[in-house]
Design a protein around this ligand. Structure first.
Ligand code: ATP
Length: 368
């Protein structure tokens, strides 16, 4: 069983002035056997520190790390059955690809030369790089180097892979190709994997589940679709999804939700959800906003607005809409890329009640 469990994991650094930096704050999450978990969050939220503690490159301040039933928090890195792939690839420049891939096995195992040879050949086949085995890293492209770094982890056949932004040095096209390759590889090998990225697209497309971190704290762990459709709080709602969710300050008056731009009838379910909340933020995703020409009323609770900026995104346009009261304050809707829509145009916007997310102002927690 290669279930990896982080149990109230905490890391506190002390800076030069003697003050504490809580980099990882009481994080509890399980990565099931064979699961691909993506740890995602903004820069500085504690992703790398978490991964480095699991690898044994950083000590644990408190909490535990278990592989199966066994605590590994105090084990030396080389005693943990874990292989890490770094953003920088960390290849030895003077060694050939074959030597880079076999070096770790020669140093830290008593495997025979034949077995090492076979493992390197198998990994090279799996990664589609058998013709590169005789080359040195300086003679490889970025994508090829990244494959070698992966190969070095694969030959160890570890219980767990840890990957720290392994694709961030690649250009956009290669990154999306390697994303697919990595997913295929993980399906073939079925190795428990913890993958760190700050890129929510990478998280959404690659993870069986994602764990969203902010300021060292776990905000939500769930499937990509759970985090997208049922974000636990305002942070997750704003972090997952591109363009980001729109947020509107709202107050509850009777059976209506009032914002500066529009007011909205509360459904029974929404009324129960906001009962007792201090203040409410209404969230609506850009793709849930319908935009229609001013002369084509859509029915329901629509409101007038003016197109500020249109940003083509290929098959869609991001349309930034200004409020009548304050045109500099905009919100964003996505519409089909073929649709003609221009800055300055007067339009009406509306959205269905089941697309509304409500958050408590004070805690940021989702209310329904
Ligand atoms: P990024 O995406 O930018 O790599 P991250 O989410 O991986 O960021 P970490 O590198 O884990 O974040 O850093 C978390 C916090 O801990 C940051 O505030 C960082 O400045 C701090 N930190 C990390 N390493 C140390 C260290 N060795 N000493 C002191 N503070 C540190």
């Amino acid at each position: 069983m290669a279930q990896l469990s982080l149990d109230h994991l905490t890391k506190v650094f002390t800076d030069d002035d003697g003050s504490d930096i809580v980099a990882v704050d009481d994080v509890t999450v399980n990565i099931e056997d064979g699961e691909f978990l993506v740890l995602v969050g903004p820069s500085g939220c504690g992703k790398s520190t978490t991964l480095r503690m699991v690898a044994g490159l950083e000590t644990v301040t408190s909490g535990d790390i278990r592989l199966g039933e066994e605590s590994i928090a105090d084990q030396k890195p080389q005693d943990r059955d874990i292989a890490m792939v770094f953003q920088s690839y960390a290849l030895y420049p003077h060694m050939t690809v074959r030597e880079n891939m076999s070096f770790g096995l020669e140093e830290s195992t008593d495997m025979s030369d034949d077995e090492i040879h076979e493992r390197v050949e198998d990994a090279a086949d799996l990664l589609g790089i058998p013709e590169l085995l005789g080359r040195k890293p300086g003679e490889l492209s970025g994508g090829q180097r990244q494959r070698v770094a992966l190969g070095r982890a694969i030959v160890r056949d570890p219980e767990v892979f840890l990957m720290d932004e392994p694709l961030s040095n690649l250009d956009a096209k290669l990154r999306s190709q390697m994303r697919t390759e990595l997913q295929r590889l993980q399906e073939d090998l079925d190795t428990t994997t913890m993958y760190v990225t700050h890129d929510q697209t990478e998280a959404m497309t690659m993870g069986d589940r994602i764990a969203v971190l902010d300021a060292g704290e776990l905000q939500q762990a769930g499937t990509p679709l759970e985090c997208y459709h049922r974000p636990a709080n305002r942070f997750v709602a704003g972090f997952i999804g591109e363009p980001s969710m729109n947020f509107f300050d709202a107050t509850v008056e009777g059976d209506r939700l009032i914002t500066d731009a529009f007011d909205y009838p509360l459904t029974e379910e929404m009324r129960e959800a906001v009962d007792g909340a201090n203040g409410v933020t209404l969230g609506i995703r850009p793709e849930d906003i319908e935009v229609a020409a001013d002369d084509s009323p859509t029915g329901g609770d629509e409101f007038g607005t003016t197109v500020d900026v249109v940003e083509p995104m290929g098959n869609e346009n991001a349309v930034y809409l200004g409020f009548d009261e304050d045109p500099t304050d905009t919100f964003v809707a996505t519409v089909g890329g073929m649709r003609r829509i221009d800055a300055g145009e007067r339009v009406v916007a509306c959205f269905p009640s089941d697309a509304i997310h409500l958050f408590d102002d004070a805690s940021g927690d989702a209310l329904h």
